[in-house]
Ligand binder design. Sequence first.
Ligand SMILES: Nc1ncnc2c1ncn2[C@@H]1O[C@H](COP(=O)(O)OP(=O)(O)O)[C@@H](O)[C@H]1O
Ligand SMILES: CSC[C@H]1O[C@H](OP(=O)(O)O)[C@H](O)[C@@H]1O
Length: 399
Amino acid sequence: MAQYRTFTAADAVEYARQHAGLADAQSLVDAQEVGDGNLNLVFRIFDRQGVSRVVVKQALPYVRCVGESWPLTLDRARLEAETLLVHGQHCGEHTVKILHYDAQLAVMVMEDLSNLHIWRRELVQGHYHPQAAAQLGRYLAQTLFYTSDFHQHPHEKKAQVARFINPQMCEITEDLFFNDPYQQHQRNSYPPALEATVAALRDDDQLRTAVAALKHAFFSHAEALLHGDIHSGSIFVGDGQLKAIDAEFGYYGPIGFDVGTAIGNLLLNYCGLPGLLPPREAADAREQRLQDVKIVWQQFADQFLALVAEKTRDYALAWPGYAAQFLQKVLADAIGYCGTELIRRTVGMAHVADLEDIADDAMRDACIEQAINLGKVLILAAHHVENIDALIARIRQNG
Ligand SMILES: Nc1ncnc2c1ncn2[C@@H]1O[C@H](COP(=O)(O)OP(=O)(O)O)[C@@H](O)[C@H]1O
Ligand SMILES: CSC[C@H]1O[C@H](OP(=O)(O)O)[C@H](O)[C@@H]1O
């Protein structure tokens, strides 16, 4: 059994030669570390012609963006690889292919998606990928339906819940989404000019009650195997394709959390666009984002309902009308979690380029404030929004 050690570029090349399953493995000669996320090492592995052929990703025993003062489980690599393998079984067209993984070394080898683009970077630059929203809706419907009680046998479901227990990564979400922004915390970071706006979050009884309910459901509602962090920086798009990566926060949780995180990141871009693009382009792109939000939800809901009608195995859950009622609850959850994503990405520690890349200070502060206020409105309104058109109308009123 291999002992954990942090890979050098040379280690990553050698590992890819042994485990990528390439016929010409010895032609792999070089590696470049390209990790730009908060947590891990990511190496692109190149052949003699300079073509990158596979990616090697390794977990560090700590949070990369903070350092050794914040230790973090290596088990996240197993959880990431296994979540992606399960999601790949149910939605191979929209999930990165895992070629090999090793839990001891906390390493995985996967297909190289460098021919595509990280969606967040595209959104920040105003590059529109019209197919992406529908594909994301499909990814969510397939992965969440097939791992839910609508489809999994109750014994298998419980075994899978146990396999994907992910306490340390969930704790990060539990703290960063639901605690930090609503208290004074050293991890928080927001413009000093917004102190009053942020203080108002702490002092809002209704908001704090709604956030507590969202956290409680995140703790306890094991509805399906979530990606757990499906933001636009965890999605490659281009060439008519969409592929999800980076599922180390995978666990059995509330379906609305994945849907809300996905929608929330489209709305972070919506809020940032006036500071990223010239006025007319920004206005057009904002309309596209609202359409994207609508399409993600509609595709998700339509395909989830179709799968329920065709493939539900549980006698009681197959009762006509139940799935539609369940989806109404998922919509409310998703709107709430979307609100918490808007607030944690602006007030908390992990920020997004959609807002951080705005050059003008005053404009950046205004866009961040809009995101915070929209987040608050959505958390408070979540249970009073009847359908997706009503959600879009609320966003227009408040953004
Ligand atoms: N399969 C892949 N193909 C090409 N590049 C990748 C792949 N996976 C990750 N990357 C690159 O590495 C970066 C960080 O990967 P990510 O999985 O988000 O790491 P982290 O877990 O640290 O957030 C991505 O933004 C992307 O640029
Ligand atoms: C201390 S981890 C902060 C933040 O980073 C993760 O994102 P990513 O892996 O995509 O960089 C996740 O969103 C965490 O909440």
